[in-house]
Design a protein. Structure first.
Length: 442
């Protein structure tokens, strides 16, 4: 029977504590603070144990606010601490750890507390806070950064909504880096890129032999994140059955790997993101309402670039500097190109702006012109504040107008606000359009 020995230390460990595994011959392997230490017989393990009784990925050690924690990863022969098989245990100096048939002692390698305390008065000032990844001087971006800094210190799930290219992953990394444990893992999982049959394995992991092709244990995203942050990008793409399983994990903070028979603690923080209207998906039955409320304890909206055009000059300068560094030569942007960028709609938002600058810098040798930054197409590019409607009957023009506004705004709710009509009315119009009938208007 395995045990969980995670209550032997006080809640907060000594920040000066440094431990190592020591073999019988005196060799030591220090335990890192900043990343997990994977132990096993596989070549990619940080601590490789050449023993036939050791699994490929046998165990791992992570640093937590309560100290160093060793976790068994479903190994064949188990992990023993002081002779007791454990699922997880907080390590203390003097403990004996057995991996397969290899025995190691836990030893302290840092200076004693008495030696450390006098030096703290002479230590360097605390490190500067991390820099924000989200650039912009506009008021909306200043407000967003302040909100992210406040939420970073709270263990609450955050739901980020924004169009493609608005920087949802950068916002998630900001929440992680400004949080209380920035040295812990940040794991990003694109839910829209996972094959339907592998969702459960990618999220929760699987045991060896759980299905055809499962030749070894696999740690899911929740386990890999440890005490850090799991970023679920495009969470709206999760199938309904996967949504139900994700909801249970969020509620119980425990999960069971595919093919496993023992539950594992979930310790990470969840940040989800989507460009789709989850409220509308809840109403249509495509997304679980209980999961929506669980993920969206706090919801933040990332503004599209057309709503913060004053940030475009700063972003242009940043991407020009990046292009200069990558190409190893000076990159110059002409005034005409900068003016064109300021007037462009940028449907792909900041990502499209970045790609345009990098592409133009790579292809041209002199200053980047407006034509090189935004090559002309056969069709004129509409301004961001104008809408192009095809000529036709009143009904077809009205339908095209509604569809384009909803597509550009990304949701019925925001489109209704722009059009100054009740959300329910616009929703009814859109449903009639989908059924093939023109919306009734007065």
């Amino acid at each position: 029977m395995k045990h969980c020995l995670t209550d032997r230390l006080p809640r907060e460990s000594d920040p000066h504590l440094r431990l190592a595994f020591e073999y019988d011959d005196g060799r030591q392997h220090s335990l890192p603070h900043c990343k997990p230490l994977l132990i096993g017989s596989a070549e990619d393990c940080e601590l490789r144990v050449g023993d036939r009784f050791t699994s490929c990925r046998h165990a791992r050690v992570i640093y937590t606010p309560r100290g160093y924690c060793i976790e068994d990863l479903g190994s064949t022969n188990g992990t023993l601490v002081d002779g007791v098989p454990v699922d997880s245990a907080i390590l203390e100096p003097g403990m004996k750890v057995e991996i397969g048939r290899v025995r190691m002692s836990v030893t302290r390698i840092d200076k004693s507390v008495d030696e450390v305390r006098p030096q703290r008065a002479r230590s360097k000032p605390e490190a500067d806070p991390p820099k924000h990844r989200l650039l912009g001087r506009s008021q909306v971006m200043k407000t967003l950064r302040r909100q992210l800094e406040k939420l970073a210190l709270l263990p609450l799930p955050v739901l980020l909504h924004g169009e493609t290219g608005t920087g949802k992953e950068l916002a998630a990394r900001t929440l992680h880096e400004f949080g209380t444990l920035p040295e812990t893992p940040f794991v990003a999982l694109n839910c829209g890129a996972i094959p339907a049959g592998l969702f459960e394995s990618e999220l929760f992991g699987h045991r060896r032999g759980a299905f055809t092709g499962a030749h070894r244990d696999h740690a899911g995203a929740f386990v890999r994140a440890g005490f850090g942050t799991l970023f679920l990008d495009e969470v709206a793409e999760l199938p309904i059955d996967a949504q139900a399983k994700l909801l249970r994990v969020l509620e119980t903070r425990r999960l069971t790997p595919v093919g496993g028979d023992a539950e594992v603690d979930m310790n990470c923080r969840i940040v989800a993101a989507t460009h789709r209207d989850l409220r509308a998906m809840v109403e249509s039955g495509d997304f679980r309402e209980d999961l929506y409320h669980r993920l969206g304890v706090v919801a933040l909206e990332l503004p599209p670039l057309r709503r913060r055009r004053t940030d475009i000059p700063l972003l242009l300068a940043h991407f020009v500097d990046r292009a200069s560094a990558e190409l190893g030569r000076e990159v110059v942007l002409s005034q005409a190109a900068a003016a064109e960028a300021l007037a462009h709609a940028w449907p792909g938002n900041v990502r499209a702006l970045r790609n345009a600058v990098l592409r133009a810098a790579a292809l041209c040798e002199g200053p980047i012109t407006a034509m090189e930054l935004l090559p002309s197409t056969d069709e004129p590019r509409p301004r961001g504040d104008l809408i192009s409607v095809p000529r036709g009957t009143y009904a077809s023009m009205h339908a095209a107008l509604l569809q384009q506004v909803v597509a550009e705004e990304g949701s019925v709710r925001r489109a209704a606000r722009i059009l100054d009509v009740p959300r329910s009315t616009l929703g009814a119009w859109m449903r009639r359009l989908q059924s093939g009938t023109a919306p009734a208007t007065t």
